[in-house]
Design a protein around this ligand. Sequence first.
Ligand SMILES: Nc1nc2c(c(=O)[nH]1)N[C@H]1C(S)=C(S)[C@@H](COP(=O)(O)OP(=O)(O)OC[C@H]3O[C@@H](n4cnc5c(=O)[nH]c(N)nc54)[C@H](O)[C@@H]3O)O[C@H]1N2
Ligand SMILES: Nc1nc2c(c(=O)[nH]1)N[C@H]1C(S)=C(S)[C@@H](COP(=O)(O)OP(=O)(O)OC[C@H]3O[C@@H](n4cnc5c(=O)[nH]c(N)nc54)[C@H](O)[C@@H]3O)O[C@H]1N2
Ligand code: SF4
Ligand SMILES: [Mo]
Length: 682
Amino acid sequence: MDDGERSFRAAPSVCPFCGVGCSLQYSEKTASARGWTGPVNRKGEICPKGGAAWQMVEHEDRLTQPLVRESGRLVTASWDEALDRVTGTFADIVATDGADALAFFASSNCTNEENYLLQKVARLLGTNNVDNCARLCHASTVAAMAQRFGAGAMTNSLDDLGEADVFLVVGANPAEQHPVIFRSYLYPAIKNGTELIHIDPRENATTEAATHHLPVRPGYDIPLLNAIAAVLVEEALTDEAFLDERVEGVAAFRAFVADVDVEANAELAGVDPDELRAAARAYGAADRAAAFTGMGMSQHHCGTDNVHALLNLALLTGNVGKRGTGVNPLRGQNNVQGAGDVGALPNVLPGYQSVTDPVARERIAAEWGVEPPAEPGLTEVEATHRFGDGVRGAYVFGENPAVTEPNANRVADALDRLDCLVVHDIFRTETVEHADVVLPGCVWAEKAGTVTNTDRQVIRMRRNADPPGDARRDLEIIRELGARLTDQPFDYDGPEAVFEEFTRVSPIYAGMSYDGIGTGSQRWPFPEGATEGVGVLHAERFESGAQRAPLVPVEHVDPVDPVADDELVLTTGRVLQHFNSGAVTRRSGTLMRMRGEDVLQIHPDDATARDITDGDTVEVANDRGSVTLAAEVTPAIRRGTVFATFHYADPLVNRLTGDELDPVAKIPEFKHSAARVTVVGD
Ligand SMILES: Nc1nc2c(c(=O)[nH]1)N[C@H]1C(S)=C(S)[C@@H](COP(=O)(O)OP(=O)(O)OC[C@H]3O[C@@H](n4cnc5c(=O)[nH]c(N)nc54)[C@H](O)[C@@H]3O)O[C@H]1N2
Ligand SMILES: Nc1nc2c(c(=O)[nH]1)N[C@H]1C(S)=C(S)[C@@H](COP(=O)(O)OP(=O)(O)OC[C@H]3O[C@@H](n4cnc5c(=O)[nH]c(N)nc54)[C@H](O)[C@@H]3O)O[C@H]1N2
Ligand code: SF4
Ligand SMILES: [Mo]
């Protein structure tokens, strides 16, 4: 790419990667991104991904022209040709099969304003088929927390969590996945004596700081958490005053845990019962204990129930509604919280108002002039399963489902069954290879807008550069799409006008403004007259409006894939140096030098039984597909379990994951698949 004519400038913006929301801007001195002292990274600290974030701005692989498929090949086209193709085909589909024959995938890597407009386009067309990859991520957590507490978000703020005496981290590895939270907020407390309980089948960078490690068998968190609940009740470590005032269903729950056999549950979960009791005592005895939950909990066919089991522990011990407590989902991408907040979800309108609520629909209609449809739409994975069978057209904005959805061989077929796949991205991704139209968008540093980070802080992004070549700003592309596809003008003169409209239709953001946010943040909920917003939720009442939240007994269900004697359990996840589908980080020279290839972590006993030695090439296979990668023989992973990341297109690890979904949240079972592991020569 010829960058000779591009000019760059420093303007406070936000890191495009994880949900921590560190502030970044261009540095002329180093010609790269550097942290500035933002509302989260108060000393300007960033992790290696943030440090490499400028590389995508100037990358030679950037999409700089629209592409359309002609005779089977993607060829360059003008914007008019590309947009005409999209609007012509989509209008045709709506005319013949109705708007529900379209599906819109919004982007949790993109701004509130972009996602708000995309869901508006979908709903004006007449469909609630709009979702974002929160579906693959914390959908189950959000479902459980919204049902019990009335808000699907971190109960607490990063600012107060350091006051905890115990951190209970379940199925999350913040030292690698939320590095600035771990380093700047958790680790200082740990150094000061806060105990860390880590529940994870692997020892990883987070475990290094742990006081207790329970290496749970993947898929067996419910028996483990129920056993902790039983110990809390048995040893009178519950908060009786809190149970009296703020909790319901207490007697039934006590009866339920009275039947829990702690030793048997520990054995089922694959952990030492004494260790489990010690961890339960630490959590129960703490004056303040804060729980954190991640993908190890959420990405199961029982993901919603996993989180329910964790919420029980917080309620039993009165660890809700106070500083240094709560249940805190560490959110994924820089705007996955916001993509949900603005209503890029099939069941809720902006601000989590149900699509089935006539009052909420009327409130939207008063602003839009059109009432959104009342039937909940399809979730992402459900939509993919319907491609070519009811769904004929899809708009994929800033997502790479060919790599990140489960059962990748099936996903590839599904993408090809569409009459029209539009991919709006910045690189020629694996998903682009299936597209009929490709729209070149812009990266973080080329856009303005807001994102909402993991602890509900709305932060502003500002332009450091113009998009390269003919690439356009994401908001501009969606605005143009809306103007062409609907009978509304979509004549917003920039992101601020979109944000203002959003604050008018979404009560949780009412009163926020670009000026008020400035170079700091505003947090939801944002009561009238607030300047910053509420840090600790559920203090007097739960966000549901109720004074009490229920304890809910949850029963274990076995993982979906039966594991034969000669098979191992494959669980998948992340490493520090790469991000999700790897579309961006695999193109970063700096990060690739730090971690070039994917490996399969396997326990020495499982390796020996298969004649595998460290560094061997191994095949990992099941009925859905197979991949080959290098073995890393390590006692850091529990026996019987193997781990690989999903960051690479080759090996495409999601070939092995299955289609089963959590019945409530429709999240896939990414964390448990049966697999045969064999050595393939040297
Ligand atoms: N470096 C980096 N940071 C990221 C991302 C990235 O790709 N790279 N992605 C971002 C996104 S989108 C997200 S959602 C977050 C996710 O952040 P995390 O939730 O921390 O991500 P994972 O590595 O998928 O899973 C966490 C841990 O769950 C463990 N685990 C696996 N199965 C089970 C189980 O059955 N039970 C329990 N208790 N644990 C289990 C795994 O061993 C793993 O260490 O990270 C965000 N930050
Ligand atoms: N096996 C397995 N699979 C998983 C998971 C797992 O733990 N295991 N985790 C799941 C989770 S939690 C998640 S969140 C999903 C993530 O799934 P995806 O969202 O599909 O993954 P990303 O790599 O984040 O995709 C981002 C895409 O957006 C593009 N992009 C980035 N910034 C911009 C921008 O500003 N504008 C535009 N237009 N495009 C942009 C990138 O080039 C990339 O193609 O993966 C899920 N899949
Ligand atoms: S911790 Fe997350 S937001 Fe902060 S620099 Fe790293 S990737 Fe970016
Ligand atoms: Mo995620």
